[in-house]
Write a protein of this length. Structure first.
Length: 281
């Protein structure tokens, strides 16, 4: 990458600097969480987390580990800023969303700190474009407090199984009902649309099931309108971890392997829609 090894101009100290040989690795992950205009970026020595929220009901996080970048440097304990995700994606794909075969857009990203813009240096075929994107004061983010000790049920499914489910279930339904249980039906997805109710069951010994850890029977409903953005990440992923806590909060963690074989994660948290009475089940 022509400019990745160049030091900053004399006297300039960047709170965050990073470089990638292929900007598409970053843009494809950011598209998977692009359901609102703005995002909060949080950088530490471990890497970059980009968070998007909507209506205090759903949160999406794209995790890009430091190892994915050719260079990744954070000069403070953590760096945090809010940015227009739409503008950032437009800049990352300024040479076109899909490059010609054998070519890629190289990226260098620099941020001097609070009040400064995020600077992008993009290079393809010897042409360099510089973008400056204004940053904002970050909003306070929701804390779903989804630590592993509070997880009641967890399964890991090959993503193709969930993709097939979303294709088969009736998406005119307002809610997706998820049942997880140590006994039958084990893992059930249900919708209640114009054509009536539909159920899709996955036995615990299904070829699509990679792990099954259910401690108690749980049935929760989630607004499909909130879950639909997560299908962007589902389309890119190879595996998905589905977890619930005692309150029915849902975590969907998608494992995404880029074209270089590197692993990244996109995670969605979603509030349950309502409490279901026994009469409805």
């Amino acid at each position: 990458m022509p400019f990745s090894a160049q030091p900053p101009a004399s006297g300039e100290r960047y709170a965050l600097s990073a470089s990638l040989d292929n900007a598409r690795h970053l843009s494809s992950l950011l598209r998977a969480v692009h359901f609102q205009d703005h995002a909060t970026c949080f950088a530490t020595a471990n890497g970059l987390r980009v968070t998007v929220e909507d209506a205090k009901c759903i949160q999406a996080n794209a995790f890009i580990q430091a190892e994915i970048f050719q260079e990744f440097s954070v000069q403070e304990e953590s760096v945090m800023f809010r940015i227009s995700l739409s503008v950032l994606l437009d800049c990352l794909t300024i040479f076109g969303a899909s490059s010609m075969p054998g070519t890629s857009t190289a990226l260098r990203m620099c941020y001097r700190g609070y009040g400064y813009p995020l600077m992008l240096f993009l290079e393809e075929g010897g042409v360099v474009t510089v973008c400056k994107i204004n940053t904002q004061e970050p909003d306070e983010l929701l804390d779903f407090d989804f630590c592993s000790t509070k997880v009641v049920n967890k399964i890991i499914l090959q993503s193709e199984g969930l993709r097939e489910a979303f294709a088969e279930l009736d998406m005119t339904s307002e809610v997706l009902q998820i049942t997880m249980s140590p006994d039958k039906p084990y893992f059930r997805l249900s919708t209640f649309g114009n054509a009536g109710s539909a159920h899709l069951d996955y036995p615990r010994d299904s070829d699509l099931m990679e792990a099954f850890h259910c401690n108690q029977s749980q049935t929760n409903r989630y607004k499909i309108s909130l879950l639909k953005p997560s299908t962007k990440a589902l389309a890119l992923s190879c595996k998905v971890s589905i977890r619930t806590d005692a309150q029915g909060f849902l975590s969907l963690q998608y494992m995404i392997r880029n074209e270089d074989g590197q692993i990244c994660f996109v995670e969605y948290y979603c509030c349950p829609d309502e409490n279901i009475s026994e009469a409805e089940l």
